[in-house]
Write a protein that binds this ligand. Structure first.
Ligand SMILES: [Zn+2]
Length: 416
């Protein structure tokens, strides 16, 4: 016998709202919020700030000179008020729910991908960040707005953190996310879900990620006149690419990639400078430590040397960003099972997934806040020119989030 849902009006409202969801998605995809475009990210942030304030959220902004600003929005009682004291155990019933999203995308405007294009004959649409994660932002905001319109937003203490530097490893916002998660009972993150047999996925575990930016500095010289005076930074770094990538290990699920390589200024000049970026994914922090030690060893070993074997090119690590693996806990596993059950009540098949990509939900999990990710729109081909989102998933995932905010982690009232 189907369960009589007391919030039928809420869910009907969300389903009736799908045209507005698509319109928001189209408008936000059209805004260039590439991580390097601070102005663009800030413009989307200003828009989302207005919408959150209209629902009574108190919004603070962490302004950053390089990346787009981070929004921190709070609504409802403070954790100590709801838990009855500082010492109470942290849980999803009494502590704020942290809703986590990012406004930046990996797509530069120059890729010419900044418009939402419907795919003929399906419910799919393509566009920059359509799934990762502007679709997720649509889900997040519309669920809150529907709850607000139905007068149901006061049930829980809520916190929303939206950053603009996630795709570059959250260098400016990472510490803030950790701090905000510290007294929250649950973190829900709106990276995209994926298609699964008969339904879609959400994420309970993720690999950790480490990114190192390396710069080599040698000496320039004329290529034809006195090349021996030069010391090629390109040669130095090129000689290290193979050994670096050889640190990958399928047995431990560790991947190592040199994803960018830049160097030199002209064909007839010995390159004075070169840079590369290394991306490492890992399941276990001990493995990460070993890879990092080995990487340091490779970087220290000179390729371009003088007659005495001394290095002629200086190699330094300019930037290092790091996200721990997102590990499941007993609590997060329990919440995941409850999520699957709640989704089933709405006719949705949800499948937990362990995913290779990292997300900021791992930062919340790392400070002891149970975290579930992949709750945004359903899509695929993330970070490519074929990135797509299933528009039909927008109201479905919005219904789910509204339901989670109402019921997840709460002891159900006894049936009469
Ligand atoms: Zn993302």
């Amino acid at each position: 016998m189907p369960i009589q849902n007391p919030h039928a009006a809420l869910f009907a409202r969300i389903h009736a709202d799908s045209t507005r969801m698509e319109a928001d998605l189209a408008a936000w995809v059209a805004m260039d919020t590439h991580s390097a475009n601070k102005q663009g990210v800030d413009a989307l942030g200003a828009l989302l700030c207005t919408r959150l304030e209209a629902m009574g959220f108190r919004v603070a902004e962490l302004v950053n000179g390089v990346h787009g600003r981070t929004l921190v929005a709070r609504r409802g009682p403070r954790p100590t008020d709801v838990s009855g004291g500082d010492d109470g155990p942290r849980n999803a019933a009494t502590h704020p729910i942290l809703l986590l999203g990012h406004m930046d995308t990996v797509h530069a405007a120059s890729a010419g991908f900044n418009s939402l294009q419907r795919v003929e004959g399906s419910t799919h649409a393509k566009g920059a960040g359509a799934a990762d994660m502007k679709g997720g932002l649509v889900v997040l905001l519309h669920a809150l707005e529907a709850l607000h319109a139905e007068g149901l937003l006061d049930r829980r203490a809520l916190r929303v953190v939206l950053n603009g530097d996630e795709e570059v490893g959250s260098p400016a916002s990472g510490e803030l996310i950790r701090a905000e998660a510290t007294d929250c009972g649950l973190c829900l993150c709106f990276e995209a879900g994926r298609v699964a047999d008969g339904g879609s996925t959400f994420v309970t575990r993720r690999k950790g990620m480490m990114r190192l930016s390396v710069r080599a500095r040698g000496r320039s010289a004329h290529a034809g006149v006195e090349p021996s005076l030069g010391a090629s930074a390109v040669r130095e770094l090129a000689g290290k690419v193979g050994p670096i990538e050889d640190l990958a290990d399928a047995a431990t699920g560790t991947t190592v990639l040199v994803g960018t390589f830049h160097g030199g200024t002209a064909a007839n000049t010995v390159p004075e400078e070169a840079t590369l970026d290394i991306d490492v994914r890992f399941d276990d922090d001990d493995v990460r430590q070993q890879v990092e030690d080995d990487l340091q060893g490779i970087l220290r070993k000179p390729v371009v040397r003088d007659a005495a074997g001394r290095p002629r090119v200086a190699t330094t690590i300019r930037e290092r960003v790091f996200r721990p693996p997102m590990e499941a806990s007993v609590v997060s596993e329990g919440l995941a099972a409850e999520l699957v059950r709640l989704a089933a009540e709405h006719g949705q098949v949800l499948v937990p997934e362990a995913r290779g990509g990292s997300s900021d939900a791992a930062l919340a999990a790392d400070v002891g806040c149970p975290a579930l990710c992949g709750l945004g729109a359903v899509g695929g081909a993330f970070h490519t020119r074929d990135e797509w989102v299933d528009l039909a998933s927008l109201p479905q995932r919005t219904v789910l989030l509204a339901r989670l905010i109402l019921d997840l982690g709460l002891v159900p009232e006894p049936r009469k």
